[in-house]
Design a protein around this ligand. Structure first.
Ligand code: HEM
Length: 183
């Protein structure tokens, strides 16, 4: 359940892969939706993204209860600092991406329904069928900017995180990656 030198424990490992892979899937879907205007996927993206908060919040609490694992192997202090900064960035991103998405949808008047269950209402424009009126345009805009910039920053953070994991495994040949796989 909890951490030993050779394994990070079943809770850490399950939450890492569940949140990580869902996050990457949502990033890919978000970019695809935005690029191709695939509006049919918006509800799915919003529903899974909002539900992910149910895992993200306990994961962050768990992470601060357990602390960040010390690096295996003998990475330089600079590499360890970079790895830690990227881990903080990813942890913050898993919270900020869903929260900013919810901000832009809820304040923007688009509403949020999680697989059909209404959470925040829409605000339809009576004089423009199919259009909505923002409840608070400024806060919706803040959410939109964080969601867009955050998405780009997260791509960089995920690539750095992945490169670090592969370097530990194939070049340093230490247990960093294996202990995140084997409970
Ligand atoms: C971990 C959760 C999430 C991740 C990783 C994520 C990621 C992304 C990304 C990368 C984009 C493309 C942004 C761009 O290229 O500018 C996007 C678009 C979008 N996301 Fe999310 N998202 C998440 C959760 C949510 C939630 C919870 C909502 C709303 C409740 C939401 C609503 C949207 C909308 C409406 C767009 C399209 C924006 C537009 O058309 O301008 N997302 N998302």
């Amino acid at each position: 359940m909890t951490r030993t030198h050779d394994s990070l424990g079943a809770v850490t490992i399950s939450l890492h892969w569940l949140v990580g892979l869902t996050f990457i899937g949502l990033m890919a879907l978000g970019i695809y939706m935005e690029e191709t205007h695939a509006y049919e996927f918006y509800d799915l993206h919003k529903s899974i993204g909002a539900l992910l908060l149910l895992l993200v919040v306990p994961r962050i609490v768990w992470r601060f209860m357990q602390g960040f694992p010390a690096a295996d192997g003998d990475a330089s202090p600079a590499a360890q600092k970079l790895a830690k900064a990227v881990q903080y960035l990813l942890l913050a991103g898993t919270l900020l991406m869903p929260v900013s998405g919810i901000m832009m949808s809820a304040f923007g008047g688009h509403g949020l329904a999680v697989f059909g269950m209404g959470i925040f209402p829409e605000n339809p424009d009576p004089s423009n069928p199919g259009e909505v009126i923002p409840f608070n345009g400024a806060l919706a805009q803040v959410g939109h900017v964080i969601h867009g910039l955050g998405g780009k920053l997260m791509i960089l953070a995920i690539l750095l995180h992945l490169a670090g994991a592969l370097k530990h495994h194939f070049i340093d040949k230490d247990k960093t990656l294996v202990r995140m796989v084997k409970p």
